[in-house]
Design a protein around this ligand. Structure first.
Ligand SMILES: Cc1cc2nc3c(=O)[nH]c(=O)nc-3n(C[C@H](O)[C@H](O)[C@H](O)COP(=O)(O)OP(=O)(O)OC[C@H]3O[C@@H](n4cnc5c(N)ncnc54)[C@H](O)[C@@H]3O)c2cc1C
Ligand code: FES
Length: 288
C-alpha cells in the first residue's frame, strides 16, 4: 500500500538474549544522505512478503549516514528479523510520528526515565542531547531487571561512571542481584540501587521548573513515574511520554491506533507516539 525504500543491514549485534541492534543504510545514496528524523520518531520495517511493523529509531540524527533499530524478539515478524544477517536487505518507510520537541526543550534540563525496552527511543534523545550540547543538564534514570537485560550496556555503564564530564548523570536500578551490580554499587554507590526505577528518585532534588521529564517504558511504569514527578511539582505539560499501540499504516489512514472518545480522538501514529501528560489526562485510554 505504501512504498518502502531498500536498506541494507550493515551490522547486526546482539544486545541481550532478546534484543538485537540493527544498523542500516539506504541503498539509494541520495536517500541515505537526505534521511532526517527526530528522536522519538519511528519507522515501519517492511519484511518484503512477510509484513510490516513499527520500530523506534534508536540512533541520533546528529550522526548521519546510517540508522539503528533495537528490535526485541516478540512474535512472528520480529523473530524473522532476528534471523537476518549483515548484507540482507529490508524495506524502510518513514520516519513517522511527531517525535520529541527537542528545540522547545533546549537550554533546559532533561530528566530521562526509562524502563526495559523504553531505553531504545530514549537512547536517541540521550545521544542527540549529548552531541548537540544544547541542554543544561541530562539525567537518566534507567530501570532494568537483570544485568543481562541492560540495553546498550557499554554506553550506559560508561556514562554511569564518567558521564559527569559531559554534564550527564546516570542512575541505574535493578531487580535481580549479580556480582556485576555489587561491583558497580561499590564504584558508584549513589547511582546504583536494587529496586524499581521509581526508587532512583529517592534523595534527588529535581529542579521541576527548569526540567523536562521524558518517560518511556512498559505501560505499568507510567502511573508510578508520573506520580513521582507530580509530587515533585512537575507540571503535566513538562512530562513527555512515548506510547505504543498496535499499528498498521503508521500515517493516520487505517484507524488501528485510535484512542480516546469522540470529544478527543488521537491517532497514536500521527499525533504521537510522543504525548504530554496533559494529553493523557484529556484522552481516555492513552495511558492505563
Ligand atoms: C511506535 C512504536 C514503536 C515501537 N518501537 C519498538 C522498538 O524500538 N523496539 C521493539 O522491539 N519494539 C518496538 N515496538 C513494538 C513492535 O512494533 C512489536 O513488538 C512488533 O510489531 C511485534 O511484531 P511481531 O509480528 O514480531 O509480533 P506479534 O506476533 O504481532 O505479537 C507478539 C506479541 O507482542 C505484542 N505486541 C505486538 N505489537 C505490539 C505493540 N505495538 N505494543 C505492545 N505489544 C505489542 C502482541 O500483543 C503479542 O503478545 C514499537 C511499537 C510501536 C507502535
Ligand atoms: S496506524 Fe493506521 S491510523 Fe495509526
Amino acid at each position: 500500500m505504501f512504498r518502502s525504500f531498500s536498506a541494507k543491514l550493515l551490522e547486526v549485534r546482539e544486545l541481550t538474549p532478546k534484543e538485537k541492534l540493527f544498523t542500516l543504510r539506504f541503498i539509494d545514496p541520495h536517500l541515505n544522505d537526505g534521511f532526517t528524523y527526530k528522536p522519538g520518531q519511528f519507522v515501519m520495517v517492511d519484511l518484503r512478503g512477510f509484513g510490516e511493523f513499527p520500530i523506534s529509531i534508536c540512533s541520533t540524527p546528529t550522526r548521519k549516514g546510517y540508522i539503528q533499530l533495537c528490535v526485541r524478539k516478540a512474535g512472528r515478524l520480529t523473530k524473522y528479523m532476528h534471523e537476518l544477517r549483515e548484507g540482507d536487505v529490508i524495506g524502510i518507510r518513514g520516519p513517522y510520528g511527531n517525535g520529541f520537541p527537542m528545540e522547545i526543550m533546549e537550554k533546559s534540563k532533561l530528566l530521562l526515565v526509562s524502563g526495559g525496552l523504553g531505553m531504545a527511543p530514549l537512547r536517541s534523545v540521550l545521544w542527540y542531547a549529548l552531541d548537540s550540547g544544547k541542554y543544561a543538564e541530562i539525567r537518566l534514570f534507567y530501570g532494568t531487571r537483570s544485568y543481562e537485560d541492560i540495553l546498550f550496556k557499554d554506553e550506559i555503564l560508561n556514562l554511569l561512571q564518567h558521564g559527569q564530564h559531559m554534564n550527564c548523570y546516570v542512575k541505574l536500578s535493578y531487580e535481580i542481584d549479580s556480582p556485576h551490580f555489587s561491583q558497580l554499587k561499590s564504584n558508584c554507590p549513589q547511582s546504583v540501587c536494587k529496586g524499581l526505577v521509581t526508587d532512583l528518585f529517592e534523595g534527588e532534588e529535581l529542579d521541576a521548573e527548569n526540567t523536562y521529564a521524558i518517560v518511556c517504558g512498559p505501560p505499568v511504569m507510567y502511573k508510578f513515574v508520573v506520580k513521582e514527578l507530580l509530587s515533585r511539582n512537575f507540571s503535566p505539560g513538562r512530562i513527555y511520554m512515548t506510547l505504543e499501540r498496535r499499528m498498521r499504516c503508521g500515517v493516520g489512514k487505517c484507524g488501528h491506533c485510535i484512542v480516546g472518545t469522540s470529544s478527543s480522538i488521537k491517532y497514536v501514529c500521527k499525533d504521537g507516539p510522543v504525548f504530554t501528560y496533559w494529553d493523557a489526562l484529556s484522552t481516555r485510554g492513552l495511558i492505563e
